[in-house]
Design a protein around this ligand. Structure first.
Ligand SMILES: C[S@@+](CC[C@H](N)C(=O)[O-])C[C@H]1O[C@@H](n2cnc3c(N)ncnc32)[C@H](O)[C@@H]1O
Length: 199
């Protein structure tokens, strides 16, 4: 397999905010943060055709491809931009319409290795603590990574929030892998996965 070379987008440099009026119904919602090619959401959509799906992707050309991919599905919306900045803008109106945010998938996020870049990560203590103001406690996050250090540091972030790990697990949720995961497993890498929610 050819080596993957791609540029990470600094989410703190993308300040565009967007808004959403919600799906206009109260069906449960799955969220895919950093969806890339979107095969994870595609797989869940096949299994849960009556649910709604919110997809975030920071890279514009990729977000445009995702929009094309899901163009025939009114129950899938794709947002281009920083998921962190727009998380509440997008999801709170859905909650106001009675929808349950069922699960939020953070699948193989950019790790931002250097200390000075760690505030660019999607899951941080600050982000999770800000969710406690509005995101219902029942909503579960699913975090998957091939980076053990990121998995452990994310646990440290969680320890400074009201969120607690409910499960560490080994198999892909809903038996649905992602593009990144398939590539890493083919390289022989181990995958680290956890669920967490506010208890
Ligand atoms: C390592 S890739 C993983 C992609 C996919 N989840 C998978 O598992 O195949 C990370 C993806 O998240 C996107 N991304 C990174 N930071 C983001 C942010 N703050 N908001 C939305 N998308 C982001 C990247 O552009 C990239 O497509």
């Amino acid at each position: 397999m050819p080596k993957r070379v791609r540029t990470h987008v600094n989410p703190l440099s993308i300040t565009h905010e967007f808004h959403f009026e919600g799906f206009g119904n109260d069906r449960p919602i799955f969220v895919d943060v950093g969806a890339y090619k979107g095969e994870f959401t595609e797989g869940l959509l096949a299994q849960f055709p009556d649910c709604n799906f919110v997809v975030f992707e920071i890279r514009r050309p990729i977000a445009e491809k995702l929009r094309e991919k899901f163009a025939d599905h009114e129950n899938v919306v794709v947002f281009h931009g920083d998921a962190g900045l727009n998380f509440r803008n997008i999801l709170e109106p859905c909650i106001a319409q009675g929808a349950q945010i069922k699960e939020i998938f953070v699948n193989f996020p950019d790790p931002w290795f250097k200390d000075r870049h760690k505030k660019r990560r999607f899951i941080t203590t600050k982000f999770l603590n800000s969710c406690t103001d509005w995101l219902p406690a029942e909503t579960e996050f699913i975090f998957q990574t091939d980076q053990e250090f990121l998995f452990n540091e994310t646990k440290e972030y969680l320890a400074e929030t009201p969120y607690e790990i409910t499960e560490e697990f080994s198999k892909p949720p809903y038996d649905q892998t992602t593009d990144w995961e398939d590539a890493k497993v083919a390289e022989g890498k181990e995958i680290w996965r956890m669920r967490f929610k506010r208890l």
